[in-house]
Design a protein around this ligand. Sequence first.
Ligand code: AHR
Length: 514
Amino acid sequence: MKARVTIDRDVAIGDTHERLFGAFVEHLGRCVYGGIYEPGHPEADEKGFRKDVLALVKELAPTIMRYPGGNFVSGYNWEDGVGPVEHRPRRLDLAWMSTEPNTFGTNEFINWCRAAEIEPMLAVNLGTRGADAARNLVEYCNHPGGTYWSDLRRSHGWEAPHDVKFWCLGNEVDGPWQMEHKTAQEYGRVATESAKMMKWTDPSLELAACGSSARNMPTFGAWEREVLEHTFDHVEFMSLHTYLNNYAEDMPSFLASADLMDSFIEEVVAIVDSVAAARRSSKRIMLSFDEWNVWYRTRGKKEGRTIPGWPVAPPILEEVYTMGDALAFGGACISLLNHADRVKAACLAQLVNAIAPIMTETGGPAWRQTIFYPFAHMSNLGRGRVLRAHVDSPSYATNYYDPRGTQEHRFAMPAVPYLKCAAVHDRKGGFITLFLLNRHLSEDLELELEVRGMGELAVDTCHQLHHPDLDAVNSRDNPTEVQPVALADAHIQGGRLSATLRQASWNVIRLRAA
Ligand code: AHR
């Protein structure tokens, strides 16, 4: 099978924003406790942060971290998580049916972000709480001092403001699984009032309103429009969430599903721009894809994915990712890069243990899951100007089955190209980096790629993620079963690259000036 790709230095989609490469830490299962934070672990530092996890996080290279939820935030009293640890209350968490000990809270999260050199992104509770608690949290975090909440922060040991810029106005408020789920009108009102008061407290904030929690929610589209009609003047972003699934055990369809993220993004752009047009406004609402991943094995009804007895940090949602999952995940990375002009923030959900690229054993080691690699490649090598790739590839037809949301969907996909790719020009470093997914399960792909306007180029580095068994996984005892290898078969001459992309493989080829 052969595919041809053309890119031109001067034909660009847009520049990637630093925040495109974010991830997510929720009080969920063992993401916080036993994940990033485990006092008493042999690898824990004096703050209780696991240094082995921090080292993997640095290698993964997320740039912004969303916290504390997710579903959890819709019942969270942020005040429970600050101040002397011995006075913090234990609470029932109705999102994940567990006990929240509150020994880790906002200040610990900020400390962890500083240690990891990652920008914090905070979500406020617009489920059980509202504008008042939200503006108090902004004052606590960002006001220098001399007021009740800012002085409380200082008395807790954080003299300097945290200076958190990016805030989410609630989480998945359209979903009936959410605590105090709302209609678009109810949410539009509370989000507007919260946004006003948060920005009066700190005008430098950037705010994201909740979009639909999935593209197949019955209210998708109408929800975005109505919410934005309320919030348009007060927010900079609208959020999107997607979890790719292989419930149907249909690998071609699963690998095609990332293309639905492209459609989702383009539809949300159309909606937010139509709201702007109706107002004759030149303001452009950007997209925050603040939850995305592959997730299906540990999904399903709340009763099925929680553990009875209100445990602390139960081992829930511990999806073990396969080689096949890493391919679908790579497709999602390419979708995000190819919409760098409008998706200005994105968060892989999540970071450790719960649907995560990094796994740990409580008291034991940490290791990389298969999905770790496409993300690390994208974040470390994918920053710059995304070029518009013209792809001429054989394609296949499929139907993607998605039972998510309150209604099942089957998406007809009549022409899915076997090759999915993105090209990023790092103008400072002088690199062109190609992200290439061969979705054919049994045929290698002979790639011919022409780079126009760059002069003579040489192959700098190549990485290929491939395993003959699409069910292969990494585990505690075999943490390197699936890992990238150097791709030997890539050559370039006169701006024409040829490479063989193995069947069912994720490939990254970096070119530099010769
Ligand atoms: O990331 C897991 C959960 O998925 C989040 O808590 C929620 O926002 C989404 O439904």
